[in-house]
Design a binder for this molecule. Structure first.
Ligand code: UD1
Ligand code: CA
Length: 444
């Protein structure tokens, strides 16, 4: 038997009022990526034949964030069943499994999605498979009403539930898998006769049972199905994702000295035997090769670190920082759009911007590349083995030749030949006895 295809509808037309934000809820980032992209990433593992995101009117920013996945617009927010109907054009004639997910439930795992699809294809041929969970506090969730034989009979929304139904601990996570051939038949019969006056997707279960179709429940842990409705839940979801990312980093051979204080982006890549000290933040776009040590309190974003390099403590690598093998970046050093070749050292209190630094060059404490004149950025190029004395300012555009030495405190405005010595500062004068004479004159 050939396996039927999977289509996915992601509901994201809700206003997200409780976020109190100008940004649509599903665009709030988790681990550096918009919430809805987490859902799309999980969905992608199913290789679905069709995916469509249901958005509200004037949510072009959501459409842009999910592209090239298409959107369907739900003009008025009449409930979750109405939202799925808004996607009907995209699903016309689809006879496989239709998964309905929420854009604000970002912690779902590919494994759970696969279990839902599998349950839909099981021998009892259910019309609807519902993802259930048993929250510590069932609160306002819809309740799953299961009969003595273990069959799912209906879903009752909290507002519409009797006290006995509210006592049920098994709740609706919101995720459902439909048989595409029967889905619209069920949706067509859903009305808005309920406490909220909305078209509830959850009514599809009761309607299916009336028609004699089977309905089943797949259970998932609460941590996976939590919805994000407010900033506190956003923070909770971030913690859950960080927990997973920390665990994955350690499973892949990185040492995290204090995992609870390490923050990853979803796309962070760490090699083997990487050591990460306390308080390190990986913003998006960071790749770290094997045997790198990142000491405490560093912030990295859009940076690439080659094997055996040492970073920090207290270093900041900004976008375009490329750190070569065995290079050292020390405390209070900021590097932006700058390359350090193998074995180069920038150990203390330095700003490197729009620069390339040759192999084994040594950049002294307090060196600043002056890359910006208020209008344009210019590059500094430092050759292999050059030595830049402490507290030098390199005024770009400028080239320092390989092997050159720059005297401490220099302000370098002209190119320096390879192997030259440059001293570009006021010449020192010593006036013997001057200070003593000065003091004795003042005492008179
Ligand atoms: C829904 C379920 C409830 C379940 C809970 C889990 C229904 C009727 N109830 O309730 O059983 O326990 O989720 O979190 O389905 N949306 C639209 N258009 C609409 C309405 C909603 O796109 O017209 C989207 C929202 O953006 C959101 C999702 O659907 O992503 C869920 O809507 P929401 O109003 O939060 O449903 P709940 O009342 O939480
Ligand atoms: Ca909700």
């Amino acid at each position: 038997m050939t396996q039927s295809a999977v289509a996915v509808v992601i509901l994201a037309a809700g206003k997200g009022t409780r976020m109190k934000s100008d940004l649509p809820k599903v665009l709030h980032p988790l681990a550096g990526r918009p919430m809805i992209r987490h859902v799309l990433d999980a969905v992608a593992t199913l290789s679905p034949a069709r995916v469509v995101v249901v958005v509200g009117p004037e949510q072009q920013s959501v459409a842009a964030a999910v592209a090239p996945v298409p959107v369907a617009v739900q003009t008025r927010q009449l409930g979750t069943a109405d939202a799925v109907r808004a996607a009907s054009d995209s699903l016309a004639g689809f006879a496989g499994e239709v998964l309905v997910l929420y854009g604000d439930t970002p912690l779902l795992t590919p494994e759970t999605l696969a279990r839902m699809v599998e349950a839909r294809r099981a021998a009892d041929d259910p019309a609807v498979v519902v993802l259930g969970f048993r929250p510590a506090d069932p609160g306002a969730y819809g309740r799953l009403i299961v009969n003595a034989a273990g069959t799912l009979e209906k879903i009752v929304e909290h507002l519409d539930a009797s006290p006995a139904e509210r006592a049920v601990g098994l709740c609706n996570a919101g995720l459902m898998a439909f048989d595409g051939r029967r889905m619209f038949e069920l949706l067509d019969h859903i009305d808005a006769n309920n406490a909220k006056g909305e078209y509830y997707l959850t009514d599809a279960v009761g309607l299916a049972r009336v028609r004699g179709y089977a309905c089943t429940v797949v259970e998932a842990p609460e941590s996976e199905v939590m919805g994000v409705n407010c900033r506190a839940e956003l923070a909770e979801a971030e913690q859950q994702i960080q927990k997973r990312l920390r665990r994955a980093a350690m499973d892949n051979g990185a040492t995290l000295t204090d995992p609870d204080t390490t923050y990853f982006a979803l796309d962070t890549r760490l090699g083997r035997d990487v050591t990460v000290g306390p308080g390190v933040v990986f913003a998006p776009g960071v790749t770290v090769a094997d045997r790198v040590e990142i000491k405490a309190f560093c912030h990295l974003e859009g940076a690439t670190v080659a094997e055996g390099a040492t970073i920090g403590p207290y270093a900041r690598l900004r976008p375009g920082a490329v750190i070569g093998p065995g290079a050292h970046v020390g405390n209070f050093v900021e590097i932006k759009n700058g390359t350090l070749e193998a074995g180069a050292k920038v150990n203390h209190l330095t700003y490197i911007g729009d620069a390339s630094i040759g192999a084994r060059a040594n950049i002294g404490a307090g060196t600043i590349t002056c890359n910006y004149d208020g209008f344009a950025k210019s590059r500094t190029v430092i050759g292999a083995g050059a030595f830049i004395g402490s507290n030098s300012s390199l005024v770009a555009p400028v080239h320092i030749g390989a092997g050159a030495i720059i005297g401490a405190g220099s302000v370098v405005v002209k190119d320096v030949e390879p192997d030259a010595l440059t001293v570009a500062r006021g010449r020192q004068q010593n006036y013997i006895g001057w200070a003593a004479k000065f003091r004795s004159e003042k005492k008179k």
